[in-house]
Structures are given as structure tokens and as C-alpha cells.
Design a protein around this ligand. Structure first.
Ligand code: SAM
Length: 482
């Protein structure tokens, strides 16, 4: 009998190898089954209700059939529905963030990451609180309001106390009109008690990439260090939720294992969180392995091409319509452009993946975690987004207003996004334009704001948003939010 049980708290029961293999066989057997594919597509399509749109999402089996599908016109439909879902729940807003690398000390042996312990020639660096302040000042000078902090795993050099000190420092910096309003955290799996302390420190999302759901590969790719423990890593999000963090971010490092296996595992993980905690993942990231100091991505057998990558992104969009999706500067402008239409809701901009990189004039490579493909400045990214019809949003209101976990989901489901996220996006964009933008970006930005204000359905909200934007333009008053 299969051990598969989405409600179990045991990794090997909610990410069950046998169930994944059966799912892949089912998907393969039905990849040309037009009738079934049409039924699945119909289920995935957003439906209009009196309150707005609703979407059923898909099970891991249904979504895996779509991913396996090879019929060109059905694949086109997958893309079309992904776009419809994106517009129905996220509109044309794209949330902006940047990573901040705190320390590259690491005791793990991850074979795809240059921070692995055996790498003796990479300089090891850990920011002092003074350096954190300098990095945050540089990030604020670019216009960032939302960060994802990153660190290797090292209980001596980067204990949780160090991470907590850094979070406190980051929130304490108020340079000119700037501040960091949301700190997301991407650090190694830890204990319930430590997650509780992170929650108390006011973090936004706790992000932890599974890297691979395939246990055997996981053990081989993480041969040494605490991260070797597959169950401890895979069950981390349950501990995070037990510790009170209700926004968690999943991800797979594509290229390590067979993408169809990873995809089924990822959707099963989302189903598990929903089944046990009543709320699915807040975000899903889709990183691909990149070249780095002593890492050659071609040495991994499972690299995926850009078309497959787009199909995976679209199928995730259909399976978990209410989950935000993140694409980083690991990808080129071209790939990012394509994926933005297929469901991505967050992008990083102006990123540096080295420890202390933001205070350097030139992008330093010595401590870089991986090559950045999109090397444009934040201003260039903001301008490009708008030229392509997306509203860059620096909004961080939801978690600060207590709209996390299922409360955020209900906002989505009740069609209130246009009265809430939309004005917040426009107000924070206006802050960016006033304080940091180039002349060209500012001009395009205000044209966009003027047009988009009209899309706010509630008259009272619309008028207040207009008033707030006028205050932002004419004074140093900042941080208006609904
Ligand atoms: N040490 C933490 C952990 O164990 O999860 C923090 C995460 S690390 C700073 C951020 C992520 O970068 C990793 O989870 C991994 O997926 C990704 N990464 C590592 N090496 C990479 C590479 N060569 N190319 C692309 N992404 C990489």
C-alpha cells in the first residue's frame, strides 16, 4: 500500500516517491489525451463571480498531465490561461525586491553552490552591522523597499542571533526618504523555536528552496553538513508554520533533477501545506542552476531549455493560482519578459549576489553566489516593466496590515485586489518616481499612474489614492497604504 498522505507531517509520506512515479506514468499515458486535457484546462480557467474571479487550481496529477502534454494547440491554451489567471488575481502589477547577502560562511557540501565548505579559495565574508547599514543605505538609494536576506548555514559564524541582529539593523536604517519595509528570509532549515524568533523579528516570507524533491538525488547533491538531512529540510515549512510564520516560499533548483519529478513534488508540497495548515505557499520561486565560482552548470544532466522553463512556469500558475511567483536576475531580460506574462508576480532588480556587493562601484565577483544574467540597474528594470505594460510595485502593505496567510488569500478570492493592491502599487511607484527615478522613468511612470488610477473601482479609494499621490509629489510624506 502506498504511504502517500498529504496530511502527514512526515516528508516521505507527503512527498511520496511512489505517488510521484505513478503521477508521471499517468501523465505520460495521457499526454495526448485531448479530452482529458480539455477537461483539465476547463477546470483551471478563472471563473467570473459576483465578487470577482475564482480559480479551482489543479491537483498534482492534473497539472502533471498538462506539463507532459505535447499537443501544440493545447500548450498554447495553457499559456493563455496562465496569462488570464495572472491578470485576474495579480493584474498587471509586478512586485520588486532585491537579495541581500549577509554571509557566505557555510558548513554544507551542496555540490551546485560555490559556498560549499570544501571551496577553500573563495573568500569568506560576513557583514558587520556597520556593513549591513552601508548595504541597506545603498539599496535604499536605489529605491528598494523589500529585501530577501541570504546566508550560508554556519551555526558558529551565522547563528540565528546574527541573523536577528541583521534584521533589526535593516529595519532601523532610514536614509533620506527610504526605508526597508519587508525583510524576507532565505536561510537554512531550522527549529520551531527559531522560526518563532524570526516571526517576532517581523520577517515577511520565510523562503527555503527544496533544491530537489528526489530523495536519492538530494542525498547525493548534499553529501555533507546539516542540509544532508532530507526529512529535516523537507519538513521545514511545517516547523515554520508551527512557529507562526504563515507566509512561506517554496522553490526547486531546476537543472538538478528531472523537471517532471520536481514539478509533481512541488505541487504536492503546496497541497500538503494547504491540507495541514489551511494555507498554501505564499510564493514559489523558479531558479535554474547557474555558473558560479567552481560550479559548471553543464555538469548537471537535467538542464532545461527556455521553452520547457516557460511551460513549467505556466503549469505552476494553473495549479496554484493564488500563489505569487518569483523570477530572479539569474535569468536574462528576454526570459524574464516571456515569463512575466505567464504568471510571474515578483522580480528582483539591480541585484548583487556577493557579500557586500551593493557598496562597491563595480559588481564584485569574489564572493558571488552565482552569475547574474540580468545586470540592469533597478531604474532600467522599472522602466522596462512599465514599457511592457506592467506596474512595478514597491508595496509591502499586506503583511504590515496583518494580511498574511489565509487573510491574503481571501483578499485575492474576494476580488478586493483592485481596491487594495492596485492603489498601493501606484502610491509606492509614485514614491519611487519622486525619490529615485531617472527623468525618462518618471515621465513614463506618471503617465501610467494617471491611466491606472482610473481602474480603481471604489470612488472613495480612488480619490484618496489621488490625494496621497499628490502629497507624495509635494511633500516628504511617505508610506501611505490601504
Ligand atoms: N543556505 C540557505 C539554504 O540552505 O537554503 C540559503 C539559501 S542560498 C543563499 C539561496 C539559494 O541559491 C539556494 O537555496 C539554491 O537553490 C540557490 N543556488 C545555490 N547555488 C546556485 C547556483 N549555482 N545557481 C543558481 N542558484 C543557486
Amino acid at each position: 500500500m502506498s504511504l502517500y498522505n498529504p496530511k502527514s507531517l512526515k516528508a516521505e509520506e507527503f512527498i511520496n516517491d511512489e505517488e510521484i512515479r505513478e503521477t508521471l506514468a499517468y501523465a505520460e499515458a495521457n499526454k495526448n489525451n485531448s479530452e482529458l486535457i480539455d477537461q483539465i484546462l476547463e477546470k483551471a480557467r478563472p471563473k467570473k463571480t459576483a465578487l470577482g474571479h475564482v480559480c479551482a487550481g489543479l491537483t498534482h496529477r492534473e497539472a502533471s498531465v498538462l506539463l507532459a502534454c505535447e499537443i501544440p494547440e493545447k500548450i498554447e491554451k495553457i499559456y493563455k490561461i496562465a496569462e488570464e489567471i495572472k491578470l485576474a488575481f495579480y493584474g498587471n502589477r509586478i512586485v520588486i525586491f532585491a537579495p541581500l547577502y549577509l554571509s557566505n560562511y557555510c558548513v554544507n557540501g551542496c555540490v551546485y553552490c560555490p559556498y560549499h565548505m570544501k571551496n577553500k579559495h573563495i573568500p569568506r565574508k560576513k557583514l558587520t552591522q556597520e556593513e549591513v547599514r552601508a548595504e541597506v543605505t545603498a539599496l535604499q538609494d536605489m529605491g528598494h523597499k523589500r529585501l530577501a536576506i541570504e546566508a550560508g548555514e554556519d551555526p558558529v559564524n551565522n547563528p540565528l542571533e546574527y541573523i536577528l541582529d541583521c534584521i533589526q539593523t535593516i529595519y532601523s536604517v532610514h536614509h533620506k526618504n527610504g526605508d526597508i519595509r519587508r525583510v524576507n528570509v532565505n536561510i537554512a532549515a531550522t527549529t520551531v523555536e527559531n522560526y518563532r524568533r524570526l516571526k517576532e523579528a517581523g520577517i515577511g516570507t520565510y523562503i527555503l528552496f527544496q533544491e530537489t524533491y528526489h530523495k536519492e538525488s538530494y542525498l547525493r547533491l548534499h553529501p555533507t553538513g546539516p542540509k544532508h538531512d532530507y526529512a529535516y529540510h523537507t519538513e521545514a515549512m511545517d516547523r515554520a508554520m508551527q512557529g507562526g510564520i504563515d507566509d512561506v516560499g517554496l522553490g526547486v533548483l531546476f537543472g538538478l533533477e528531472m523537471y517532471k519529478y520536481e514539478f509533481a513534488g512541488l505541487i504536492m508540497h503546496a497541497e500538503h501545506l494547504e491540507a495541514v495548515h489551511g494555507v498554501g505557499p505564499h510564493t514559489i520561486s523558479v531558479p535554474r542552476v547557474k555558473r558560479a565560482d567552481d560550479i559548471d552548470p553543464t555538469s548537471f544532466d537535467n538542464g532545461i531549455d527556455d521553452d520547457t522553463f516557460a511551460k513549467i512556469t505556466a503549469c505552476i500558475r494553473l495549479a496554484v493560482p493564488y500563489t505569487g511567483m518569483i523570477i530572479s536576475t539569474r535569468e536574462t531580460q528576454e526570459v524574464r519578459s516571456k515569463l512575466l506574462r505567464l504568471g510571474i508576480s515578483q522580480v528582483s532588480g539591480g541585484s548583487r549576489t556577493s557579500v557586500g556587493g551593493y557598496t562597491e562601484e563595480e559588481r564584485p565577483h569574489d564572493t558571488e553566489q552565482f552569475d547574474v544574467s540580468d545586470q540592469r540597474s533597478l531604474d532600467e528594470v522599472v522602466c522596462w516593466l512599465m514599457k511592457n505594460g506592467h506596474i512595478p510595485s514597491f508595496c509591502t502593505a499586506c503583511y504590515r496590515e496583518g494580511r498574511t496567510g489565509d487573510r491574503f488569500m481571501s483578499l485575492c478570492k474576494n476580488g478586493q485586489i483592485l481596491n487594495c493592491c492596485h492603489p498601493n502599487a501606484l502610491m509606492t511607484l509614485s514614491e519611487y518616481l519622486e525619490d529615485y527615478a531617472s527623468e525618462e522613468t518618471k515621465k513614463i511612470g506618471y503617465e501610467m499612474i494617471e491611466k491606472e488610477l482610473k481602474c480603481i473601482p471604489k470612488k472613495k479609494v480612488r480619490e484618496l489614492a489621488m490625494q496621497n499621490i499628490s502629497d507624495i509629489k509635494n511633500s516628504n510624506r511617505r508610506d501611505f497604504r490601504f
